[in-house]
Design a protein around this ligand. Structure first.
Ligand code: 1HN
Length: 345
């Protein structure tokens, strides 16, 4: 590969002349934006331990009333992107949110897609598009683009959940904004109940093309039971994993990020291939050692880490007598739509 001319090779007055006209030469920057073979990634493997995060989040509960915060969140920011960018990866935002008993986080809707993975506490709920979704540990609750959502808490202890959004991408695309609304009327029934039995969907689905998000709550009891059945029925299967999908289309639940639950068998070491999307791992139950790009993290229950794309990730179950369960979020729906998805093995 031949070396390209540098900016310093050009006369200063020439560059200045160009810049006055809003022009820049490509060749000094070409390798930077189009590096050979592997993209430049600012996403660094990063670990957020729940044990250290939780007291700081509870402290935020003392320091800042919900009315002053709207959403009381500590953002899990990747130092590789710069903390103020509030990015875990190029497309993924992560935050840990606290709601105290009796608090209410008012209704709004926005363009970024969100999901919540419930980490701790009982009695809180989120109302999405008129559906009241109770929150229990390990449940996944969707807040897809444009749907009204608000959070309430009728219980007695703090509730904490992990927010995963595609905010960095939406912001980069200059399409990120919100609208505040009034408290929602709650519709009867629970969305997830209608879809609780695999392969059976309400017949009116054929007339419902206008509702792209039929199921908003994915209870952990169901995901865990599915994983345990798969593990039992397929003893030789290495990657015991389920994808959270839209029950009417079988496709990813949201447009940009993909969500999965993974079970590691007792003592299992699992190597995930190097694929283009960045990933997030969050331990729902158990303990997991995660290794990526020469870094190794010991993830305790409720810990979270992220991994850049194009890197293999090795996960090891630290429990030798029980399975561990991991929630995974990645950018693969986006990569597939962009036509850049790769699995390099
Ligand atoms: C948001 O709407 C929530 O509704 C949480 O709970 C975190 C981070 C950035 C932008 C919007 C919520 C958020 C957010």
């Amino acid at each position: 590969m031949n070396d390209l001319g540098r900016l310093e090779d050009l006369p200063k007055d020439y560059i200045e002349n160009l810049r006055q006209l809003n022009l820049v030469p490509l060749w000094p920057s070409l390798r930077g934006v189009l590096p050979p073979k592997v993209p430049t990634r600012q996403t660094q493997p990063t670990h957020w331990a729940f044990k250290t995060l939780k007291p700081l989040l509870l402290k935020a509960g003392e320091l800042t009333p919900i009315e002053k915060a709207e959403r009381r969140v500590l953002v899990m920011a990747n130092p590789g992107h710069g903390l103020d960018k509030m990015q875990a990866s190029s497309a993924i935002y992560l935050g840990m949110q606290l709601l105290l008993p009796g608090e209410w986080a008012p209704s709004h809707r926005h363009t970024p897609n969100a999901v919540r993975m419930i980490v701790e506490g009982e009695g809180a709920y989120t109302t999405v598009d008129g559906q009241k979704c109770p929150m229990s540990r390990g449940d996944l609750i969707l807040t897809p683009t444009g749907l009204w959502h608000e959070h309430g808490h009728d219980g007695t202890d703090p509730v904490i959940w992990l927010d995963v959004l595609d905010l960095p991408l939406m912001y980069y695309m200059e399409v990120s904004y919100h609208i505040n609304g009034d408290r929602q009327d709650v519709l009867p029934g629970q969305g997830d109940r209608q879809y609780a039995r695999a392969g059976l969907v309400p017949t009116q689905m054929f007339e419902r093309a206008s509702h792209p998000y039929p199921m908003l709550r994915y209870p952990w009891v169901e995901a865990k039971a599915a994983l345990l059945s798969i593990a039992q029925d397929k003893p030789a299967l290495e990657q015991v994993q389920v994808a959270y999908v839209n029950p009417e289309t079988g496709r990813d639940v949201e447009n940009v990020l993909g969500f999965y639950a993974l079970m590691l068998r007792p003592g299992q070491t699992l190597r995930l291939p190097a694929r283009s999307p960045a990933q997030v791992f969050h331990v729902i139950e158990g303990g997991v050692q995660a290794s990526v790009s020469g870094k190794t993290f010991e993830l305790a229950e409720a810990d979270t880490c992220c991994a850049p794309g194009y890197e293999a990730v090795t996960l090891k179950n630290l429990r030798t007598d029980q399975p561990s369960f991991v929630f995974v979020a990645d950018e693969s729906p986006l990569h597939r739509k962009l036509g850049v998805y790769e699995n390099r093995g």
